[in-house]
Design a protein around this ligand. Structure first.
Ligand SMILES: [Fe+2]
Ligand SMILES: [Fe+2]
Length: 483
């Protein structure tokens, strides 16, 4: 029996938003669709468009059993518009309109600000697909190949989600233009790059991919969680459903890094290596040394912190006051949700020193979201360190200091080392270079990236997963590569 949560697959665009009855938005999406497919074929996964991939597709947005698994060619994936169920009587949870009924239509006076928030989020979704498009050629297993493609099709769907909002009738011609632009900008394009720095970086190898899904997809989680609080109800419902998909992306990163660490420690033990920092010896085993994993953490963490923007931001304050973008878990916080007169301690670079200053809480919302992100990120570090300790190695991975290797915000260009040490400028460059991956590190990783497409087999630098996807056995052929 179809409920509000059921997805209508009878129309060209699967949806649970009643597109069949909304001719205007439906037609706008149908006009956008061919350009999207064109983008997917040109800028999406290279070389596997005809492969049959064991993918999950959302069939409802019910927290229980929303996904169905089956073999699909990626260009035939059922990209659609899926919103979490409405909350009866939902009110705006924060800002100047706190307590008023949530908006079902775009509030006219906030149109431009809302459009900007949607465009910035929307731009990141196809960007990561573009960044990851060559990885299929070097997949360490069919299991990993399938996970890559699952992440890719879902990021594609997230683009659909944001475009649906832009094509919502109240954004008019500007919204249509923005939806087209989302397909025109490309990651790393000299003339027409993606909007945010980390989404123009390369993802050249699988360690980078796992780092990206762990650290950078998690920025996505934080942004979506803040937008899920929005007073504009369609945005809130869209983001709430996207978060359920995002959890898998971070699992891919978290477990991918864990499996690499596991394999490295195993190989070191088998070879009788007691010192995990003996990099040449470890590399002779053909596994990824722990110091290189630390360098990659330093890089991806610092690049991702830049995505949170300036610590002190009048834009962030305005979005909050307007009721458009809240805080992480706004609905679980117990203050007045208006923040007038409240303060928040912010770590800043001031006159050559690292200082913690009380700033107006409204202006400090980016810093606060970043702090929540850092807290959320620590879980993986703890899990990875447990694996290292389990093998008896006295080595611990850690997050670098917030001030290390920054290009945006108060710490941009500050001479801060990974441990938070303040350095002389010449020394800072040396310490920074030593704490980040070098071209030789990149070449070593590249030398390991040889594809393994035999069911049940894995590249020698990564351990098999603890469990298959959808309960499948270890030898399951997750991707049937076309001959
Ligand atoms: Fe996404
Ligand atoms: Fe994601």
């Amino acid at each position: 029996m179809p409920s509000d949560y059921a997805v209508d697959y009878d129309t060209r665009i699967p949806n649970n938003v009643g597109l069949a009855a909304d001719a205007k938005v439906r037609r706008a999406l149908e006009r956008w669709h061919p350009g999207y497919l064109d983008w997917w074929l040109k800028m999406g996964p290279v070389g596997f468009q005809d492969a049959l991939v064991y993918l999950r597709t959302a069939v409802s947005v019910d927290p229980e059993g929303w996904a169905k698994f089956g073999f699909v060619r990626m260009p035939d994936y059922k990209w659609g518009i899926l919103l979490a169920p409405p909350v009866e009587g939902r009110t705006i949870p924060f800002g100047a309109h706190k307590g008023e009924p949530a908006w079902q239509e775009v509030p006219g006076e906030y149109r431009a600000a809302l459009r900007r928030l949607i465009v910035i989020q929307g731009d990141t979704e196809p960007a990561s697909v573009e960044q990851q498009r060559f990885l299929g050629a070097t997949a360490p297993s069919l299991y990993d190949l399938r996970n890559l493609f699952q992440v890719n099709v879902e990021e594609g769907r997230h683009l659909w989600a944001m475009v649906y909002l832009l094509l919502h009738k109240y954004f008019g011609a500007d919204g249509r233009e923005e939806a087209e632009e989302l397909l025109r900008r490309h990651a790393g394009d000299r003339d027409n790059p993606r909007l945010l720095g980390a989404f123009n970086e390369e993802t050249p190898d699988w360690l980078s991919f796992f780092m990206f899904t762990y650290f950078t997809d998690r920025d996505g989680k934080m942004q979506l969680a803040a937008l899920a609080q929005s007073g504009f109800d369609p945005l809130s419902r869209t983001c709430r459903f996207m978060l359920t998909e995002e959890a898998h992306h971070m699992f891919v990163g978290d477990s991918g890094i864990a499996r690499i660490i596991e394999r490295t420690c195993q190989a070191m033990r088998e070879a009788g290596i007691d010192d995990p920092t003996d990099v040449p010896r470890v590399r002779r085993l053909g596994v990824i040394d722990l110091p290189l994993i630390q360098k990659k953490i330093n890089l991806h963490f610092s690049l991702t912190l830049d995505l949170f923007g300036n610590e002190i931001s009048t834009n962030a304050a305005a979005s909050f006051e307007m009721g458009l973008k809240g805080r992480y878990r706004e609905d679980k916080l117990t203050d007045d949700h208006r923040l007038e007169g409240a303060t928040y301690p912010v770590l800043l670079w001031r006159e050559g020193a690292i200082r913690r200053e009380e700033a107006p809480a409204l202006s400090a919302l980016n810093a606060r979201l970043r702090d929540d992100y850092i807290h959320d990120t620590e879980g993986g570090i703890r899990r990875w360190n447990r694996i290292i300790a389990h093998y008896g190695y006295d080595y611990a991975l850690s997050l670098p200091h917030v001030g290390f290797n920054r290009r945006i915000g108060s710490f941009a260009g500050a001479p801060v080392g990974p441990a938070g040490e303040v350095l002389a400028p010449e020394e800072a460059a040396r310490v920074r270079a030593a704490a980040l991956p070098t071209p030789e590190d990149g070449a070593y990783l590249a030398s390991l990236m040889k594809p393994v497409y035999e069911p049940g087999r894995f590249a020698p630098w990564i351990a098999p997963p603890k469990a298959g996807i959808d309960g499948k056995p270890g030898t399951f052929e997750y991707v049937k590569i076309a001959a």
